[in-house]
Write a protein that binds this ligand. Structure first.
Ligand code: NAD
Length: 274
């Protein structure tokens, strides 16, 4: 069965749109884009479009590639202090001369709709209410929609990034799955994936998870977005693995739309005091 992220995200976006109207909310996100990385431009455009659809305003700050540390600091500080701005989204990666972590942590955690600040990630790891990064939250929302109970499942998360791998491993652990985290230094990836009831692939290597690496009835969440011969593909060889999987997310129209939806819901949560 295909886990239709696009369909679920559309449903949730529509619910959010109705809530925003019913509660007469004025929500505004500041999006900071430094430079003109083509992939970042596409992501930003999509986020603006998705925000508009649910009635969230966006203000784009498209800053010069050569902006100085001090100037970017000023932009973020001003947005932190601006009562008209509910959420701040800093599109990553920043150009090389700017430190991603430093600027993420300049964002007021109460406006951190990406949930990337040390405070918000710390709160997640201490099981306190917080803004959770959009991709892991979107995955949990998708599992919930299809009533997939992960209690007691052997889950394998491939990838240990701060924005996907680690937080999804934590969320699955909190939902009582038994989680193994695999990464570049894992000696024999198949050894883990073959036994897994649930696999979250968040790697960035096209079609690296093949049918011989998984067992019958596995649940597959494919986070990867890779360009292969001008097509978008995931980290999982969908055509072959889907023959063995009980549930599987497609790429595109799987985790991607769920991520954007979770990002939009984060702004609402922030306005409502998390
Ligand atoms: P990242 O590069 O920060 O992390 C990749 C992780 O994969 C690392 O922890 C690394 O240890 C692990 N890894 C790399 N090669 C490996 C290998 N051969 N075997 C085992 N582990 C390996 O990436 P990220 O930001 O976590 O994103 C991962 C992928 O998900 C990318 O393709 C990215 O584009 C995609 N992504 C998609 C969404 C979405 O909305 N669908 C959101 C975020 C990221």
């Amino acid at each position: 069965m295909i886990l239709d992220g696009k369909m679920v995200a559309d449903l949730r976006n529509e619910e959010l749109r109705k809530k925003i109207i019913a509660e007469n909310l004025k929500l505004t996100t500041a999006i900071i884009l430094v430079g003109s990385n083509p992939a970042s431009l596409v992501y930003v455009k999509n986020k603006i479009k998705a925000s508009k659809k649910v009635g969230i305003n966006t203000k784009l700050f498209n800053l010069d590639e050569t902006i100085s540390d001090a100037e970017l600091t000023k932009v973020i500080t001003n947005l932190n202090n601006d009562n008209e701005i509910d959420g701040i989204l800093l599109q990553l990666p920043l150009p090389k001369h700017l430190d991603d972590d430093k600027f993420i942590n300049l964002i007021n955690p109460l406006k951190d709709i990406d949930g990337f600040t040390t405070i918000n990630q710390g709160r997640l790891f201490q099981k306190q209410p917080t803004i959770v990064s959009a991709t892991p939250q979107g995955i949990i929302n998708l599992l919930n929609h299809y009533k997939i109970d992960v209690t007691g499942l052997d889950a394998v998360v491939i990838g240990r990034s701060q924005i996907v791998g680690m937080p999804i491993a934590k969320l699955l652990t909190d939902l009582n799955a038994t989680v193994t985290i695999c990464h570049t230094k894992t000696k024999d990836l198949s050894k883990y994936t073959k036994k897994a009831d649930l696999i979250v692939a968040a790697v960035g290597v096209p079609k690296m998870i093949t049918a011989n690496m998984v067992k019958e009835g596995v649940i597959i969440i494919d986070v990867g977005i890779n360009r292969l011969n001008d097509k978008l593909v995931g980290d999982v060889d969908f055509d072959e693995v889907s023959k063995k999987a009980k549930y599987i997310t497609p790429v595109p129209k799987g985790v991607g739309p769920m991520t954007i939806n979770a990002l939009l819901e984060n702004i609402y949560k922030i306005k409502r005091g998390v």
